[in-house]
Design a protein around this ligand. Structure first.
Ligand code: ZN
Ligand code: ZN
Length: 414
């Protein structure tokens, strides 16, 4: 075990804009956050460009950058994170997709991209999709696992496959499912596009008459009658955090994407009771589990999604309320963390302002606290206060900085 330990907490989409609330405050500014403010007094603040100034981050690319990886060089696409996150075993050479259960009519026109955010029958749907065989490529194995609601992941395993294929999801209701086409002129891309089109049609044949869907139709609910794959990716070979720093670590998250990122970077996944990945999640249990895990590990990464969800929902009240719940959950950490030998980093992976309803490139506040952090005069944690922080403004690399405070780094040069 290391002399110093580290904890990283990411509140997804934490950052906001002064237009978020009527008083001209960001949600984080307007929320009551006594524990985050206490941590700000003890530590130092800065502004974080999750990837680089003027780059509008996705959650996946932002997390890679925050963990000290270069997303421009190392981003494999989203599918593999989802696949690993839902618990599929992946091998080098596999092509991974995230999937949606959607509702289409008999002409493949999309009626609901999320099949009414279906929240029952995932096991039945998953079972029905086992053993799909691409007619054009019998040497390719198809693996599928359902996740929460309409989400899931699909893996193609076999020779001569490529992630360079287009998406089937038209991203709009009332439009026909797109024919998947190769995005490069190679036999591998052509073959993969053909396989995906075939799987898509087979999924409709298998799902449309499923008892679950007949029942849904009878109740006036949209049936989950097609699988729409997107975000194709290869399986990357990252240098893991244990390899890089000689540490052990845990990921505590609910969303498949974040579990997958943690696992692919060499962290062990632990599920917190009541963690949902939504606004109804149990933040207290996540923090309690993180404190427990840190007793036997060097590093814990906690991901909390609700802030981003409220931002996408354009709901300032929900975002402020959720930030206050995070703050309350931090009480046992402020009081009970082994502050003589632990460094904490708290930040967001990007801003999701409620006025805009999506990710923007604005920088987000970041906080470091612990024995080796030189405190700055800032006494509150929010965007405006972070502009005066002692850590100024930097891009990505929060985990390498945490590793630095923890004396985990090898010297560069002599
Ligand atoms: Zn995010
Ligand atoms: Zn988001």
């Amino acid at each position: 075990m290391k002399e110093f330990k580290g904890m990283l907490i990411i509140a997804d989409g934490l950052g906001g804009r002064p237009t978020d609330t009527p008083e001209g405050k960001t949600c984080l500014e307007a929320a009551r956050t006594p524990h985050l403010d206490e941590l700000a007094r003890r530590g130092a603040l800065g502004l974080l460009d999750p990837i680089a100034p003027g780059v509008r981050p996705g959650s996946d690319t932002a997390h890679l950058s925050i963990f000290g990886y270069d997303p421009f060089r190392e981003y494999p696409g989203r599918g593999v994170f989802e696949a690993v996150g839902v618990g599929l075993e992946v091998h080098e050479g596999d092509i991974c997709f995230r999937t949606n259960f959607a509702t289409v009519d008999e002409n493949f026109v999309v009626r609901d991209r999320r099949a009414g955010r279906i929240h029952e029958g995932q096991e039945e749907l998953e079972r029905a999709l086992q053993g799909l065989k691409p007619r054009s490529a019998p040497d390719v194995e198809v693996l599928f696992k359902a996740s929460t609601e309409h989400r899931g992941a699909l893996v193609l395993r076999g020779p001569d496959l490529s992630p360079s294929v287009s998406e089937a999801d038209p991203h709009e209701v009332g439009r026909r499912v797109h024919e998947v086409v190769p995005l490069e002129d190679t036999p591998q891309a052509r073959r993969t596009a053909q396989i995906v089109n075939d799987i898509l049609k087979q999924s409709y044949e298998v799902l449309k008459d499923l008892p679950l869907n007949k029942e849904r139709e009878a109740k006036g609910l949209p049936p989950a009658n097609i699988l729409l794959p997107r975000g194709p990716s290869t399986v990357p070979r990252f240098e893991t955090l244990p390899q890089r720093y000689g540490i052990t670590g845990t990921v505590i998250a609910a969303g498949a994407l974040y579990i997958g990122i943690g696992k692919l970077l060499g962290l062990e996944f632990q599920r917190a009771e009541g963690a949902t990945g939504g606004l109804d999640t149990n933040v207290n249990n996540k923090i309690a589990l993180a404190l427990e895990e840190l007793r036997r590990k060097d590093f814990v990464f906690v991901h909390i999604k609700g802030t981003d969800t409220a931002g996408h929902d354009r709901n300032a009240q929900a975002k402020m309320g959720f930030i206050e719940r995070i703050d309350e959950a931090l009480k046992p950490l402020v009081e009970g963390l082994d502050w003589e030998r632990t460094h904490l980093a708290f930040t967001g992976d990007h801003a999701t302002p409620v006025q805009y309803g999506d990710h923007v490139s604005d920088p987000v506040p970041v906080l470091f606290a612990g024995p080796n952090v030189l405190p700055d005069p800032v006494e509150a944690f929010h965007e405006r206060a972070a502009q005066r922080g002692g850590l100024h403004r930097f891009a990505g690399r929060v985990v390498p900085m945490l590793a630095g405070y923890n004396n985990w780094l090898q010297k560069f040069g002599t």
